[in-house]
Every structure is written in C-alpha cells, then in structure tokens.
Design a protein around this ligand. Structure first.
Ligand code: HEC
Ligand code: HEC
Ligand code: HEC
Ligand code: HEC
Ligand code: HEC
Ligand code: HEC
Ligand code: HEC
Length: 382
C-alpha cells in the first residue's frame, strides 16, 4: 500500500515535470517580465542597462538625443539654396522642420520626433503620422553633428520613408504591427518595448521569474535560455538575428525564439556573399570567413560579454592571446612584445562602410566599421 502511494506520487511528479516542460517564447508585451524584474536577482548584469543594445531605441529626451538644439547649431544647410532644415526643442517636444523657398516666401513642413534609434556612430529619428511610422530626413552623425539620413538625397526634402518591422526588430524588443495590405508601417504605440531587453536574447522570462520566486523552484524547469548551454551554431544564431545582414524573411517579425535556429526566421542561404562589409551588422558572416573561426570553436562570446560595454581594443586584443602566442605573428621578429595590445589594429582594422552612406554639401559621409574578418591585411584594407 505505502509503496503503491510512493510510486504514484513519484509518477505524478515525473509526469508533472514532463508535461511542465518549458517552451521558450519570443518576448511580447503580454509575456514580458521586464529588465527591472530580472535585475532584482541578477545584479551582476546591471551594467547591461547602459549598453548600446539597451539604449538603441528610446523616447526622445534631452539625454537620449546626442545632437544639439542650440541656436546656431540647430540648422542643416543643403546643396539646394532653397532648402534648409531647422531642429527645435520646444515645450511640446523635439521637431525637425524643412524650410523651403526664399525668404520672405518660405513654406515649412514640420514633424515631431517620436523615437530615437542608435547610439554610437549616429542616431536616426522616427516620427508618427497617426499610427504610421516614418524616418526623418535629418540624422545625427557622431563627430559631424546633424546630417542627411543615410541614403537620403541632399537638397530634396523627403518625409516619406516608411519604417518596416524588420528595422524595429533589430533595434527594439517589441512593436506590434497593425495588419494592413496597403501599409507596412502601422504599429500600436501603446505597447511598444523600446531598446533591446534581457528577454530579447533569453526569451520571455515570466515563467522563470515565477519559478525562482516559488518555494518549489527545484520541481520545474529553469524556463530561461542560457546561450552558453546551446550548441555553437545556436549561440551564433542568437546574435545572427541582428548581426547577419538583411536576408529574405520567412516569418513575421519579432517571432524569433531564442535558442532556435535563426533559419526559421530568415533564409540565409539566398543572401549573396558579396564580400562587402555591411554596417547593418554582418559581423557573423565576416567572422565565419576567418581562419580563426574555422579552425576553432570560436563564438561571439569568445571576445564579447554583451552585459557590459566593451570598446577598449587593447583589452580585446588580449582575447587573441587566449589562442595565439605573440610569437605566432609574422612581425614578431621586428616588433617583439610591442605587438601586444595592438593585434586588433592590424588584423581587424576599421574599414569604411558601403551600406550606410550619406552626402552632405557634396561631402560623402561613411562611418568606419570594425571588420570581423580576422586575417592579414595589406595596405588599403585588402
Ligand atoms: C527571483 C529571482 C530571479 C529573477 C527575478 C530572475 N532570475 Fe534568472 N536566475 C535566478 C536563479 C536563482 C538562477 C539559477 C538557477 C539554477 O541554477 O537553477 C537563475 C538563472 C538564470 C539564467 C541561467 C540559466 C541557465 O540555464 O544557466 C539566466 C540566463 C537568467 N536567470 C536570466 C534571467 C532573466 C532574463 C530574468 C528576467 C526575465 C531573470 N533571470 C529573472 C533567479 C532569478
Ligand atoms: C535584437 C537585435 C540584436 C541582437 C539579438 C544582438 N544585437 Fe548586438 N547590436 C544590435 C544593435 C541594433 C546594435 C547597435 C546599437 C547602437 O549603437 O544603437 C548592436 C551593437 C552591438 C555591439 C557594439 C556595442 C558597443 O557598445 O560598441 C556588439 C559588440 C554587439 N552588438 C554584439 C552582439 C552579440 C555578441 C550578440 C549575441 C550574443 C548580439 N550583439 C545580439 C542588435 C542586436
Ligand atoms: C538586420 C538588423 C538591422 C536592421 C534591419 C536595421 N539595423 Fe540599424 N543597426 C544594426 C546593427 C547591428 C547596428 C550596429 C552596426 C555595426 O556597428 O555594425 C546598427 C546601427 C544603426 C545606427 C547607428 C547606431 C550606432 O550607434 O552605430 C542607426 C542610426 C541605425 N542602425 C538605424 C536603423 C534604422 C532607422 C533602421 C531601419 C530603417 C535600421 N537601423 C535597420 C542592425 C540593424
Ligand atoms: C544581446 C543578447 C543578450 C542580452 C540582451 C542579455 N544577455 Fe544575458 N547572456 C547572453 C549570452 C550570449 C550569455 C552567455 C554568455 C557566455 O557564453 O558566457 C548570457 C548569459 C547570461 C546569464 C548566465 C550567466 C552565467 O554566468 O552563467 C545570466 C544570468 C544573464 N545572461 C542575465 C541577463 C540579464 C539579467 C540581462 C538583462 C539585464 C541579460 N542577460 C541580457 C546574451 C544576452
Ligand atoms: C578561439 C581561438 C582563437 C582566437 C580567440 C583567435 N584566433 Fe586567430 N586563429 C586561430 C586558429 C586555430 C587559427 C588557424 C591557425 C593555423 O591554421 O595555423 C587562427 C589563424 C589566425 C590568423 C591567420 C589568418 C589567415 O587567414 O591566414 C591570424 C592573422 C589570426 N589568427 C589573428 C588573430 C587575432 C588578431 C585574434 C584576436 C583579434 C585572433 N586571431 C583570435 C584561433 C584563434
Ligand atoms: C576575436 C575577437 C572578436 C570576436 C570573436 C567577435 N568580435 Fe565583435 N568586436 C571585436 C573588436 C576588437 C571590436 C572593436 C571594438 C570597438 O572598437 O569598440 C568589436 C566590435 C564589434 C561591434 C561594433 C562594430 C563597430 O564597428 O563598432 C559589433 C556590432 C560586434 N563586434 C559584433 C560581434 C558579433 C555579432 C560577433 C560574433 C559573430 C563578434 N562581434 C565576434 C572583437 C571580436
Ligand atoms: C603592425 C601590424 C600588426 C600587429 C600589431 C600584429 N600583427 Fe600579426 N601580422 C601582421 C602581418 C603584416 C602579418 C603577416 C606577416 C608575414 O606574412 O610575414 C601577421 C601575421 C600574423 C599571424 C600569422 C598568419 C599566418 O600567415 O599564419 C598571426 C597568427 C598573427 N599575425 C597574430 C597576431 C597577434 C596575436 C597579434 C597581437 C599580439 C598581432 N598579430 C599583431 C601584422 C600585425
């Protein structure tokens, strides 16, 4: 009798564990726990909140917008003498205004900034007309200031570039599209989750939080993805969602489930390998081309800890020495130990991007990108 009861209980627990097997979900407004909840236990990851991932889309505030609205610094002239832009900070918000024609017969067209995207190399600004989202013609470029948005013709006011869901998928945690066969850019704005949050990479965390707060936590599954436990290719997929260029899509946006193959989300096989660097993240393809990657178990985590900001190339050069000895560099006989801390400068040089480009008053603006094709470069980055 007692044995029977024990067996039944054990069976029930086992069945509970099996049926209670956790299915990771992509994070959405209705299943998100939020970073504040995560950080209430995981204080070690608190530095994540000030990274470029976390801050890559934000509401417009003085803090969030890096460019200046001060008089004298808030105007962008164009090659067209009959067009300039003025950027204003007022009590009702931040505006971009196109001023057209010659004084006193000027006409203006104004839009209010709804969201800010980007942090390091530059920022682009988005605006809403009703529930339709568009990109503004003037962006901010680090080291330059206000400038035409990438790909916008200089001197022609363009206020009608729609923001597609894929753009938001790489720069935010969630935007819910409103289905409309005639428009790609309609969104609900009441439940958008800005910035890349913990759950973008770890999956919806509500079940995990409930488990960790429960007394019976050991009974259920952890209910959260730790990329470190995934096979190598799945680990790379977690980054490839946004750092593998723009391949044709297979499913709705924001449907990628952490831990699952990114191939479900988009068709990588048909993406042309042109050899060009894609600033809109093709670090994955470039790294995959490297001998280091092909001859080792390297992943992005070999060098990057995404939970903190890492821009010190001297420190990152130290990562090379986890596999190489300084003596393996062909220049060792001439340079000796002086090579230490400089590996990245020569073997992962900054190269100009050919996909994010803009022109301003005849000047070509091309940001420099850190190539992830690790190899020996000759003069001119070839
Ligand atoms: C109530 C405290 C608590 C909260 C809230 C919490 N965690 Fe955890 N988390 C834990 C504990 C404890 C562990 C260790 C679990 C174990 O080893 O069984 C853990 C483990 C993890 C792991 C590693 C899992 C593994 O398989 O190695 C990840 C990733 C993680 N948490 C992410 C998150 C994220 C993201 C959130 C927010 C959605 C979150 N946690 C919220 C307590 C918490
Ligand atoms: C949801 C999309 C998304 C995912 C997933 C993602 N990234 Fe990013 N990542 C971005 C965007 C967007 C930026 C640029 C942020 C900015 O500057 O506004 C970025 C920037 C970075 C940077 C530069 C940060 C800095 O401060 O200089 C690194 C490094 C990086 N990502 C590595 C990774 C790695 C490694 C993974 C996988 C573990 C990953 N990313 C996953 C979208 C993503
Ligand atoms: C496939 C993912 C992806 C898509 C789609 C995408 N971005 Fe990005 N974007 C990135 C990544 C990754 C970076 C950082 C790139 C790098 O340095 O390699 C970035 C960088 C930027 C930057 C410069 C930020 C910085 O700090 O360097 C801006 C501004 C930006 N994106 C705006 C946009 C806008 C606006 C759209 C849509 C019209 C868009 N992006 C579409 C992934 C994406
Ligand atoms: C851009 C993707 C990304 C984001 C966003 C992200 N993580 Fe992670 N996280 C990872 C990766 C990748 C790993 C595995 C690291 C490794 O391989 O060492 C990881 C590992 C972890 C672990 C396990 C650490 C350990 O030592 O085992 C915890 C806990 C965790 N993350 C919590 C968080 C929390 C909390 C946040 C938000 C504040 C967050 N992560 C945001 C990608 C991310
Ligand atoms: C995870 C281990 C690992 C890391 C980290 C690593 N490498 Fe490598 N690297 C290798 C292996 C393995 C090879 C192939 C060696 C061989 O074939 O003899 C290689 C090859 C190379 C080559 C020759 C490339 C070619 O095309 O011939 C260069 C240059 C190089 N690594 C530089 C670097 C630099 C610089 C770093 C840091 C930015 C780095 N590696 C980080 C493992 C690594
Ligand atoms: C061998 C080391 C190494 C590996 C592996 C590596 N990175 Fe990097 N990464 C770097 C270095 C060095 C930088 C330059 C840091 C800087 O200048 O701020 C960098 C910068 C970046 C940036 C910012 C680009 C820019 O132009 O500022 C992104 C995005 C990034 N890495 C993504 C990734 C992704 C995604 C992976 C995996 C596919 C990856 N990295 C793997 C060393 C590495
Ligand atoms: C000043 C630029 C420069 C710096 C700094 C530098 N390298 Fe090199 N490295 C080169 C050049 C150029 C070659 C090719 C030399 C040759 O073919 O004789 C090379 C060759 C190599 C190779 C061998 C490639 C092969 O053909 O097998 C490795 C591995 C390597 N470097 C690793 C490193 C590491 C690790 C560091 C940092 C400790 C480093 N290098 C720093 C320029 C540099």
């Amino acid at each position: 009798m007692i044995v029977g009861v024990l067996l039944l209980t054990a069976g029930a627990i086992a069945a509970g564990l099996v049926t209670g097997r956790h299915h990771t979900e992509a994070v959405r407004a209705d299943n998100a726990a939020g970073d504040t909840a995560c950080l209430s236990c995981h204080q070690q990851q608190a530095s994540y909140e000030s990274t470029a991932h976390r801050l890559t889309s934000r509401l417009p505030t003085r803090d969030a917008i890096l460019a200046s609205f001060r008089p004298g610094e808030n105007v962008l002239r164009t090659v067209n003498p009959r067009l300039y832009y003025r950027m204003d900070s007022t009590a009702t918000g931040f505006y971009e205004t196109a001023v057209m024609g010659r004084a006193p017969d000027t006409s203006i067209y104004s839009q209010r900034i709804a969201y800010v995207t980007g942090l390091r190399k530059g920022q682009s600004f988005l605006y809403l007309v009703g529930d339709r989202l568009y990109q503004l013609p003037v962006s901010y470029w680090t080291g330059i200031g206000w400038a035409n948005s990438p790909g916008y013709p200089d001197g022609r006011p363009n206020f009608d570039r729609p923001i597609r869901p894929r753009c938001l998928e790489c720069h935010a945690t969630g935007f819910q599209s409103i289905t409309d066969p005639n428009a790609v850019n309609r969104y609900r704005s009441d439940n958008a989750i800005l910035g890349i949050t913990c759950e973008t990479c770890h999956g919806s965390g509500r079940a995990h939080v409930a488990r960790e707060r429960s007394l019976l936590r050991w009974l259920g599954p952890r209910a959260i993805i730790n990329p470190a436990r995934l096979p190598r290719m799945r680990q790379l997929d977690g980054c490839a969602l946004c750092h593998n260029g723009t391949a044709p899509l297979r499913t709705a946006p924001f449907a990628h489930v952490p831990g699952q193959p990114v191939e479900k989300r988009f068709d990588l096989s048909s993406a042309p390998d042109t050899g060009a660097i894609d600033v809109h993240g093709n670090q994955v393809a470039l790294l995959e081309r490297s001998k280091c990657f092909r001859s080792s178990q390297m992943t992005c985590a070999t060098c990057h800890d995404v939970h903190r900001q890492q821009r010190d190339v001297v420190e990152l050069s130290g990562r090379c020495l986890t596999c190489h000895a300084v003596q393996s560099c062909g220049l060792f006989p001439q340079h000796g130990q002086g090579l230490i801390g400089r590996c990245v400068d020569c073997h992962m040089p900054l190269l100009p991007s050919n996909t994010i480009m803009a022109s301003s008053l005849g000047r070509r603006l091309q940001p420099q990108v850190r190539t992830h094709w690790i190899k020996v470069y000759g003069p001119g980055g070839r």
